[in-house]
Structures are given as structure tokens and as C-alpha cells.
Design a protein around this ligand. Structure first.
Ligand code: HEM
Length: 497
């Protein structure tokens, strides 16, 4: 019997057989990768000519959202971009079913290429210091899996993460008191919300308050250095990753980036050492609720514990500050939704509606415009053969704002996350891979539970006693590597008790 006949007879083939049979189940053989439509490279300049204003296929675009939109309109649901900006070839998949197939097939060993400068810093420049423990953001393969397996329970178990609630409530109260003092100076909001975010993630990670929310914080306070590093690294990352430079490692930006990584490491190491000393002095009989993530991980693997704490102090600042700012903006510009959240808080109900607001806000303003995996094997997608080693990009922000996937897609409607199946707004009508603000699968964001808890606690505390309004033009998102907001912010905070 022919192999394709067997494949068709098999109703629920074993996953291994599925892989073997998948090629036979399609009547046509896949088209070669070279024939995927998209941006072709020229010698030396690569794909740069496509981005020349007016004449280029894509032209100059100020963000990924616009760029993906044009690529989709010009080339269809699957678009190839030859070796962009010194990186490998990319394929942008606009059909959720297509990238679901790739991402699920990559789940056994999900490769997400790191930031090149950080990889260089950890694996070459400071090789002796890290010696194979590269953290979640840089490591791949076995090294990543080993690290992730050790840290998953401490960071992702909701029950364990909730133990930090009392400390986070205190931080939220301190931060809100400051916001109310600065209410007539909206320029302060950006730095205040970043301080809240750092103070919160440090409490969870290290078990200590850093003191960012004290009055007259000196400019050279170590916490100021961490906030400065986080911002500068994000800016430089964009310049180094997405702006072509044929001699990157000798450039001033690259050197500055190495200095920033050194500074970020030195300051976080100083805080981590302080925390370790306190843990030692306190002894071991400490209940779970009083243990920081650092303390829990130190009992498993010291080097992993230190690296995780360091990554929390880098990846856990601007991501959370951006997301809570987006949520407050949506609630400030949708007073009815804000009132509903306030009622829920005052009636001490579960935070169902608030959580729906957060999901809806992240759908419209995600920190990342899309997700990324590097293929470790061949895939057949949309009739094309995608080879090993290609960067498979999902343009989630575009899809999340498209009428093809959501009813009234550009509007803030938290109810869609709570609607019944019979309601046209019901979110289950949309493919579950369209909106992925925390990424996908086993490599999704390790800080998700912490971020959600921090945001929920802060928003509840704030809205219980404060009305938030927005007095300026619509808030604009600027895409660098991560999304950012154009400042100044035009929030107004008014005490209502
Ligand atoms: C609302 C805030 C946050 C958002 C929206 C967010 C989003 C993301 C996304 C989209 C990814 C990529 C996942 C993937 O490739 O599938 C990611 C990875 C990661 N995030 Fe977050 N993040 C947030 C907060 C945090 C916090 C608070 C921390 C630290 C505690 C953190 C640490 C990390 C790390 C270490 C990774 C790499 C995970 C891995 O590769 O295993 N993030 N995050």
C-alpha cells in the first residue's frame, strides 16, 4: 500500500507518524522557499533599497506596524525578507493557523534568537563571568531548558507569586501618594511609574525595597542607574539590531551598549549581594511568604539564582511600566469602563472585569509588535517549504487590530473577553494565537504572573480612591525594538474620597 494511502486512512495518527505523513497528505508538493513573495536582497546593501522613501517597495516606515501592513497588502499571507540588517532570512506569517503550525512544532526546542549585543556581551566579552549560564534571554537549546526548568516553579506558580501581594500593596500605596502630589506635573508620570515598576520587581526578586520612591532621590542613587540602563539598553538595542551597520562591534553605540551591560550588571550584583547577605544572616527557617525569588532559587542553583535576579531587574522594569500606562490610558479615555472597574473593586468582587481591561489594553498596545522563533527544522506552510534556520515572525499587533480577527477591532471593548458564545463580540471566535502579549508556549514570558499581579494591585489601589482622566491628544506608540509611548503624558489624577 502507498504511504499516502496509509496516511489518509489513519484518523488520529501518532505525532511522529503525522510528521512523516504530513508531506503526503497534501496532493501537491510544496513550492521552494525561494518562491515565497517578499523583499529580495541585492549584493552588499541587502534589502535596504526596499525602504527608500517613495521609490522603495516598502518605503520609509516609522514602525513595524506600518511595515507589516504594507508587506501583507503587497505580498499576501506569507512574506519572505532576505537577510535583513545582518540577520538571517525572515518569514512573516500573517495566518494564525500557519504560524501556530510552526510554533507548535518548535515547542520541544523553541529557539528565540537573542539580542546580538547581549549574546556577545555574555558569551564573548564576559565569557569567564557567565561561563555557560546565559540567562533566559540569551540561552538556547539545552542551556535554556535547564535554566528555565529550574526557575519555572518559583516564578510562574500563581500561589507562590501571590505571596508577594502585601509588599506590593505597600509599594502601590507609596507610589500613588507621590502621583497625587505630582498631579499637576504630568511630566513626572513617566519617571514615577518606572520607579514603581522597579521597586515592585525588586521586592519580588530580591525581597528588598530599593528606596526608589523616597523624596529627593539622588541622581546617582543605584536605582536611578538601573532605570537609566534599562531605557538606554532598549534604545541602543533598536539602533544596533535594526539599523544597519557593517562594522557594528567598533561603533560608538556598540561600545556604549557594553558599558551599559557592565553598569547594569555591577549595580544589580551589588543589590543581589546585599540580599544574599541578609538571607544568610536571617537563617533558613523562613516561611515561603517571606522568601524572595532569589532566596528560593539560591536553594536550587546559585548561578541561576543570580542571573535570574539580574534579568528581572532588566526585563521587569519598562515592560510593566509600559503595560500599566497603556491600561490607565484606556481607562482614562473610557470612563464607563473605569467606573465598572471601580465598582468591582469597591464591591470586593474578583478582578474579572479589570483583567478583561488589561487583556484588551494589551491587545491594542502590546509591548512587542510580534513574536519570533527560529526554525530548527523544515516546515510546510501555506504551500511553501520553510527551511531550517529561518526567523518565523508573527505580526500579532497587526492581526490584533484587524477587523478580520476582531469585531470593532480598533476599539477598547473589555466586554469581548467576557462575552457569551452567542455574542458576536465573543473572543473565542478569534483564533487563540492572534493576540499573544506574553508570547507563546514553554518559552513565553517568565515574568507574566508577577507583572499581572503588580498591575492588578496598583490599578485596584489607584482607582479605588482616584479618578484618572486624559487631557491631551491620543497617546501615540513608537516602535523601537519594544513599543514605547510618545511623551509627555496627559493624565490627570483626582482624589474622589
Ligand atoms: C506586562 C509586562 C510584560 C510583558 C507584556 C512581557 C512580554 C514578554 C514577551 C512577549 C516575551 C517573549 C516570549 C516568547 O518568545 O514567547 C517575554 C519574555 C521574557 N520576559 Fe517578559 N514581559 C513582561 C514582564 C516581564 C517581567 C516582570 C519579567 C521579569 C520578572 C520578564 C522577564 C522575561 C524573560 C526573562 C523573558 C525570556 C523568557 C524565555 O526566553 O524563557 N518579563 N516577555
Amino acid at each position: 500500500m502507498r504511504v499516502d494511502t496509509i496516511a489518509r486512512m489513519c484518523i488520529r495518527p501518532h505525532p511522529k507518524c503525522k510528521t512523516v505523513f504530513s508531506r503526503y497528505l497534501s496532493t501537491e508538493s510544496p513550492k521552494p522557499f525561494e518562491s515565497v513573495p517578499g523583499l529580495k536582497a541585492l549584493p552588499i546593501i541587502g534589502v535596504l533599497h526596499h525602504f527608500i522613501p517613495i521609490f522603495g517597495t516598502v518605503g520609509f516606515q516609522k514602525n513595524f506596524f506600518n511595515m507589516f501592513d504594507i508587506l501583507n497588502k503587497k505580498f499576501g499571507p506569507i512574506v519572505k525578507i532576505d537577510g535583513i540588517f545582518g540577520r538571517g532570512t525572515m518569514v512573516v506569517l500573517f495566518e494564525p493557523g500557519d504560524y501556530e503550525k510552526v510554533y507548535r512544532a518548535e515547542e520541544t526546542n523553541p529557539l528565540r534568537p537573542g539580542v546580538q549585543a547581549l549574546d556577545y556581551y555574555r558569551e564573548v566579552l564576559r565569557k569567564e563571568r557567565y561561563d555557560g549560564v546565559y540567562g533566559l534571554t540569551s540561552a538556547q537549546g539545552e542551556k535554556w531548558r535547564d535554566f528555565r526548568t529550574k526557575v519555572n516553579p518559583a516564578l510562574l506558580k500563581p500561589k507562590l507569586v501571590k505571596l508577594y501581594a502585601p509588599g506590593l500593596e505597600q509599594i502601590a500605596e507609596d507610589s500613588i501618594a507621590r502621583l497625587l502630589r505630582f498631579k499637576d506635573e504630568p511630566k513626572e508620570f513617566s519617571s514615577e511609574i518606572t520607579k514603581w515598576s522597579l521597586e515592585s520587581v525588586a521586592l519580588v526578586g530580591l525581597g528588598n525595597r530599593l528606596g526608589c520612591l523616597q523624596d529627593n532621590l539622588p541622581a546617582d542613587h543605584p536605582s536611578q542607574k538601573l532605570m537609566y540602563c534599562s531605557k538606554t539598553i532598549a534604545d541602543l538595542m533598536f539602533k544596533l539590531e535594526f539599523i544597519p551597520n557593517w562594522n557594528k562591534e567598533k561603533s560608538a553605540n556598540f561600545k556604549k551598549m557594553m558599558e551599559m551591560y557592565d553598569l547594569q550588571w555591577d549595580v544589580s550584583e551589588m543589590y543581589i549581594n546585599q540580599a544574599k547577605k541578609q538571607i544568610r544572616e536571617r537563617g533558613h527557617d523562613v516561611p515561603d511568604e517571606d522568601q524572595s525569588i532569589l532566596e528560593k532559587l539560591l536553594a536550587i542553583d546559585e548561578r541561576v539564582a543570580v542571573m535570574m535576579a539580574n534579568e528581572m531587574l532588566l526585563a521587569g522594569i519598562d515592560t510593566v511600566a509600559f503595560t500599566v500606562t497603556g491600561l490607565l490610558y484606556h481607562l482614562a479615555t473610557n470612563q464607563e469602563a473605569q467606573e465598572k472597574v471601580r465598582r468591582e473593586i469597591r464591591e470586593q468582587k474578583s478582578a474579572r472585569y479589570l483583567k478583561a481591561c488589561l487583556k484588551e489594553s494589551m491587545r491594542l498596545m502590546p509591548i512587542l509588535p510580534g513574536n519570533l522563533r527560529q526554525t530548527s527544522k523544515e516546515h510546510v506552510v501555506g504551500g511553501y517549504l520553510i527551511p531550517k534556520g529561518v526567523f518565523a515572525v508573527t505580526p500579532n499587533e497587526n492581526l490584533s487590530k484587524s477587523e478580520k480577527h476582531y469585531v470593532q477591532a480598533k476599539e477598547f471593548i473589555p466586554e469581548r473577553w467576557l462575552a457569551e458564545k452567542s455574542d458576536p463580540l465573543y473572543h473565542g471566535n478569534t483564533h487563540p494565537m492572534v493576540t499573544l502579549p506574553f508570547g507563546f508556549g514553554v518559552r513565553s514570558c517568565i515574568g507574566r504572573r508577577i507583572a499581572e499581579l503588580e498591575i492588578e494591585i496598583f490599578t485596584k489601589k489607584l482607582l479605588n480612591t482616584v479618578r484618572v482622566t486624559w487631557t491631551g491628544p491620543p497617546l501615540q506608540v513608537i516602535t523601537k525594538l519594544m513599543n514605547e509611548f510618545r511623551t509627555p503624558y496627559h493624565f490627570k489624577f483626582e482624589n474622589i474620597v
